[in-house]
Every structure is written in structure tokens, then in C-alpha cells.
Ligand binder design. Structure first.
Ligand code: PHE
Length: 472
């Protein structure tokens, strides 16, 4: 089938709000709840948070807008959307790699993401059973160790989680993805607010604020700045086609600028709220270090829940929240490849997502074994799990983001671009008459961020960060 005949074959979201919920669902996930707090903890707090926000605003938002533009113009899976737009721009076929790289990065991320989400599922059961009540740090660590040292347990949970993703993605854009996010996102929001109130009432909220907002710039290394940028890309789900795929299903009349701002606002808000919740709770129990690494959520937090009022039930709610957030993100990791497989082979959606889930499951075994039988198997100091995480967040996503900003900034056919972004011309930065509009419009600001600020920042941070990682 030609790309033109395929265009739009997956359907469109019910409304602009469904797109916002789906994209927020994709953005808000383990990156915000699990990774953000521990990476901030490892990097000493406030200064890191500041760099993270700068990356979100100056690089993340413009790149995300560019990704939606590509998706909505292409109206296909990222691979075929890129093909369509590259053809229409008479540009080199090498740009099509953006789509391929994205689909591959998505599957690689999903492979380790499903393992961590599986930990979340396990902890729902663990906390419901009451086994963390009154627990101390040592026992919590051994409880976590019991889980991670058992390939069988990890595989069972990983399989269940991937099954949940299959269930949603095989349902298609409207009945699967759209319907799921319309239920999951409001639920997520309510639970998050409830957790925040609990953390303020019962936790050490002041200490959490201090930790997240007080900063000492001197504590930052280039490696930390690279991590902050990688995290910004990761939590916004950009640089790998998830947002491009979702953009392909966006109604034609919705404003890309406005919706992207809403999504990135929600995403940053959730990262901060998650940080406040987790550190308030962790700091409420003395003797727990904020820099516990990946175990922060699965060791430090259960200890704190174990000694807090109503901690057991609140803990269960917390891990349900984690799983819902992970679920609504994981479906967006699977969707780009699924859409492509349907387009390329004519498979049904079910067959396409089933084959991909099987493939991801196998790669995921590498991450499963990184915590037990294969923990000594290291390449350049990384276990398979750490390596996949570093490679995707700090290398694939920034390179994807760089390529997207350069392509949309300099190469893409201007007519294609302008018809997606026309509304931004009407939001003038000055309050002058519309004739000034095109000179001072937000679109011009966006153009600048996309052409110069984002590429220069990504390249500089990337080179310095990699250099720093090699030297240290
Ligand atoms: N943004 C998701 C999170 O923060 C992860 C993700 C990355 C999802 C890339 C899709 C694409 O957990």
C-alpha cells in the first residue's frame, strides 16, 4: 500500500482533550515517579532540578511541538510519517532514520520499563499483605532483594504488565488507547492529590521542599547536566516517536502549541509533586538517605510507610498509582511499532501488538537477569539494565531530539510546517496589531528555540556529558 493510502488509517482521538490525556499519560510515568526522585537524590537536589526545568522549557517544549507537527502532517506511524514528510520536503532519505530510531528506542525502553513496572505490581501485593508494617531498613532491603534475585518472580510480573499493555494497544486508537486514558488519567490525578495531602499532613514536607528547591550550583557536573537533559527527554516522552505517533491521531483543528504547553506543564507538575510526596515520606523517618538510587521507591519508601499512620493502605494506593502511571506510558512505547507493523504487513492490531510484546519480552529478559544471575555481566561497567537505560535516555533520545529539531527547523517543507502551526502566528508577543504578528509571533520564538537554542544546547550538553562520563 502506498503511504498516501495509509494516511489516517488508525483513526483520530475523540477530541483535543483525549490527545492531551493520552500525551500526558505517556509523559507521566516511572520517569516522574521512580526516576526523577532518585536521580535528584543522587545529584544532590535543587541545582539539578533547576537544570531539569531549563531543559524542559528551552529544549523539551519546542522539540515536543516539532514532534507533534511531524506526526499530524504524516498521519501514520513515525516511520511512515517521516517517509511522507521527507518526501514532501524533497530532502535526503537519511532523515527517515528519525522514525526508525524512534520505534527501536521505544521497544528497548519498554523492555526494561516493564520490569520496573512489574516491581510496582509486586509491591501492591506486598503492601496489601501487611508485610511492611513496622519493617526496618534492613528487612526492607532483603524483601526487595528477594524479589529482584528471583528471575521467576520478575518474569511473571513483567509478563503480566506486558499483557496489560497488549490489552490496551490491541484495542486501537479510540477503543483501546483513548478509552484507557480517559479512565486512567482522572484516576491518577485524584490519587496523586490524595497522596500529596497525606504527605503534607503526615510527612516532613518542609525538608522535602528544602531538598528539592535549595540549590548549590557547584555540586553539578557535566555528567549530571547530561542526566538532567536525558531525564527531561525521558519524562516528556520525546525524541523517540511516541508523541509523533500520538500527534498523528490529533484532530486537525487543535492547536499544537497550546496542547503541548498543557502537557509539559502537567508533566513537570507531576515530577515535582512526586518528588515532594516521596521525600516528605522518606524524610519523615529518620536515618533514610535520599540518595538510595533505584531502590528509593522500593526500599526507603516501604520502611517509611511501615511506620506511618494508615501507612499500609496509603502504601497500596501509592503503588497502584505507580502502576497506572507506568501503564499509560508503556502503551505509548508500544504504539509506534504496532502502528508501523499494521501498516507494513497488514497484520491485525492484535497480531501486531502480540508479536511486538513477544519480542520486547525476550529483550526484557536481559534486564531481568541484570538483577540476579547476570549481575556480573557488564559492558563498560553497565549491566544490561543500566546500559539500556543509559543508552536510550542519554543517547538515543537526545540524538532523536536533535535530529527532529534540525529537520523541522531547517529542512521540512515550509508549507507543510506552517499549515500545522498557523495558529501560533496569531499569538503575538507584543499586543500590537496583527500586522506585527508575523514578526513577533510565538511561532517565530519557537523557530528560534528549535533552530538554535535546542540544537546547540543538546550538542553541547551531549558532548560534555559523554566526555565527563568517560573521564570519570
Ligand atoms: N515519559 C515516560 C515516563 O516518564 C517514559 C517514556 C519515554 C514513555 C519515552 C514514552 C516514550 O515514565
Amino acid at each position: 500500500m502506498s503511504i498516501n493510502a495509509n494516511r489516517g488509517m488508525h483513526g483520530v482521538w475523540l477530541s483535543r482533550w483525549t490527545f492531551i490525556m493520552a500525551a500526558t499519560g505517556s509523559a507521566v510515568g516511572l520517569g516522574n515517579l521512580w526516576k526523577f526522585p532518585y536521580v535528584v537524590g543522587n545529584n544532590g537536589g535543587g541545582a539539578f532540578v533547576l537544570i531539569y526545568f531549563a531543559c524542559m522549557l528551552l529544549v523539551g517544549v519546542p522539540v515536543m511541538m516539532a514532534e507533534v507537527v511531524l506526526g499530524r502532517e504524516g498521519r501514520n506511524s513515525p516511520i511512515n510519517s517521516m517517509k511522507y514528510v521527507v518526501k514532501g520536503s524533497d530532502s535526503g532519505r537519511v532523515w527517515q532514520l528519525i522514525g526508525w530510531m524512534g520505534v527501536i528506542a521505544g521497544l528497548l525502553i519498554l523492555s526494561f520499563y516493564a520490569v520496573i513496572a512489574g516491581w510496582g505490581l509486586h509491591y501492591i501485593l506486598e503492601l496489601s499483605s501487611g508485610s511492611v508494617v513496622g519493617i526496618n531498613g534492613e528487612s526492607a532491603a532483603s524483601l526487595f532483594g528477594e524479589l529482584t534475585s528471583s528471575p521467576a518472580k520478575l518474569i511473571v510480573w513483567q509478563t503480566i504488565f506486558l499483557g496489560m499493555c497488549l490489552l490496551v494497544v490491541s484495542g486501537g486508537v479510540k477503543k483501546g488507547l483513548g478509552a484507557a486514558v480517559e479512565i486512567l488519567m482522572p484516576l491518577l490525578f485524584i490519587m496523586l492529590v490524595a497522596m500529596l495531602i497525606y504527605a503534607i499532613l503526615e510527612g516532613n514536607f518542609i525538608a522535602a521542599c528544602k531538598f528539592l528547591f535549595e540549590f548549590d550550583i557547584a555540586s553539578l557536573s557535566w555528567r549530571a547536566i547530561l542526566e538532567a537533559m536525558g531525564l527531561a527527554f525521558f519524562t516528556l516522552s520525546i525524541g523517540m516517536g511516541a508523541i509523533m505517533a500520538y500527534g498523528a491521531y490529533m484532530p486537525a483543528d487543535a492547536s499544537i502549541g497550546k496542547t503541548v504547553l498543557i502537557v509539559s506543564f502537567f508533566d513537570s507538575l507531576v515530577a515535582i509533586i512526586a518528588g515532594l510526596i516521596i521525600f516528605s515520606i522518606v524524610f519523615s523517618t529518620s536515618g533514610i538517605e535520599p540518595s538510595a538510587g533505584p531502590g528509593l521507591m522500593f526500599i526507603s519508601l516501604p520502611v517509611a510507610f511501615g511506620s506511618m499512620p494508615a501507612g499500609q493502605s496509603i502504601g497500596v494506593i501509592f503503588f497502584v498509582l505507580v502502576v497506572i502511571a507506568a501503564w499509560s506510558s508503556a502503551i505509548s512505547l508500544l504504539e509506534p511499532a504496532t502502528a508501523w507493523l499494521v501498516e507494513a504487513t497488514g497484520f491485525t492490531r492484535f497480531m501486531a501488538s502480540l508479536s511486538l510484546v513477544g519480542f520486547v519480552w525476550i529483550i526484557g529478559l536481559g534486564s531481568v537477569f541484570s538483577f540476579n544471575v547476570g549481575e556480573d555481566f557488564k559492558l563498560a561497567g553497565f549491566t544490561i539494565f543500566d546500559g539500556l537505560d543509559f543508552l536510550t535516555s542519554n543517547i538515543f533520545l537526545p540524538i532523536g531530539g536533535l535530529a527532529i529539531s534540525l529537520f523541522v527547523g531547517f529542512v521540512m517543507n515550509r508549507n507543510m510546517l506552517l499549515r500545522q502551526m498557523i495558529d501560533l502566528d496569531c499569538y503575538s508577543l507584543t499586543l500590537k496589531t496583527p500586522s506585527y504578528c508575523s514578526i513577533f509571533s510565538l511561532r517565530v520564538l519557537w523557530d528560534w528555540l528549535l533552530r538554535f537554542v535546542a540544537p546547540i544546547a543538546i550538542t553541547a550538553i551531549f558532548i560534555m556529558g559523554i566526555y565527563d562520563s568517560i573521564v570519570s
